[in-house]
Structure formats: structure tokens, C-alpha cells
Ligand binder design. Structure first.
Ligand code: FES
Length: 146
């Protein structure tokens, strides 16, 4: 009888886990494709002076949308724009205190390293390295892309 109860418990757990993972995509990282879609090397986003202070704007790196936030002293943070939870547009979220809050379900990501510090996301946001070229253009590179 105990063996049958154990088998039923394991079977129910497997069915529930399979449903959550394969049908609901619960806990899936929606930014996984970013690493494959961004070409290696530096990509120009435009004149650095055109980015507003303290407000997130959306730009494209090839076919990948990114969130660009300019902070004091021309410190730039560039993250993948589609939230790792369910692809919400972070560029439409609130930027405050070095974090961005996703407008869809409230995930909070640290701008400096993309870490998910709050909300239902199970993965951090990919973060791009930044620099300005000799002409004042903001450039980004995804370190994991090469
Ligand atoms: S899509 Fe961003 S928190 Fe859910």
C-alpha cells in the first residue's frame, strides 16, 4: 500500500512538473536566444549625447532590442530589452535607483549586472559592455557573444 502511494505521488509530481515546464514554460529564460542572435564584436547605437539621463530607451542591436539607460557621469547600462520572465518590454518599465522594473509582472533587474533582484523571473538579463568610439557614439558588445 505504501509503495502504491509513493508511486502515485511520484507520478503526480512528474505530470505536474511536465505540465509546468512543457506546456506553461514556467521558469523558462526568455532571453536565452539573445546569445545566439547578437553577432560578436562592437555595435554602434548612435551618438551618446542623444540618450536622455535616467530614462530607459529602446534601441536595436541587429534584430535584438536593448534597453539603454544613461546615468550620471555618462555611465551607460545596456541590457536585453525583453524580460527574461515573459518578454515584457523593459524599456517601458520604471528606472530608479540603479534598477529597472518590468511593466508586465514587476520583475526588478539591477542595471549594472542584470541580476534579477525581485519578481518571478528565474534568470538575469543579458548585459552588454559599453564604450564610446572616437566620434562620441555609444557602442555595445555582448561579452558572451565574443
Ligand atoms: S514579463 Fe517581465 S516580469 Fe513578467
Amino acid at each position: 500500500m505504501l509503495g502504491f502511494a509513493g508511486l502515485a505521488t511520484v507520478g503526480t509530481g512528474a505530470a505536474l512538473g511536465g505540465h509546468l515546464a512543457y506546456r506553461q514554460a514556467a521558469g523558462a529564460n526568455k532571453t536565452e536566444s539573445v546569445l545566439r542572435l547578437v553577432a560578436p564584436g562592437w555595435h554602434t547605437l548612435g551618438p551618446a549625447e542623444e540618450f536622455p539621463d535616467g530614462r530607459g530607451v529602446r534601441r536595436m542591436v541587429g534584430e535584438v532590442p536593448v534597453l539603454v539607460v544613461r546615468e550620471a557621469d555618462d555611465v551607460f547600462h545596456v541590457l536585453a530589452d525583453r524580460c527574461s520572465h515573459f518578454s515584457g518590454p523593459l524599456s517601458q518599465g520604471e528606472v530608479a535607483d540603479g534598477h529597472v522594473t518590468c511593466p508586465w509582472h514587476g520583475c526588478v533587474f539591477r542595471l549594472s549586472d542584470g541580476w534579477n533582484v525581485g519578481g518571478p523571473a528565474t534568470a538575469p538579463q543579458p548585459v552588454f559592455a559599453t564604450r564610446t568610439d572616437g566620434h562620441g557614439n555609444l557602442q555595445v558588445r555582448l561579452p558572451a557573444a565574443g
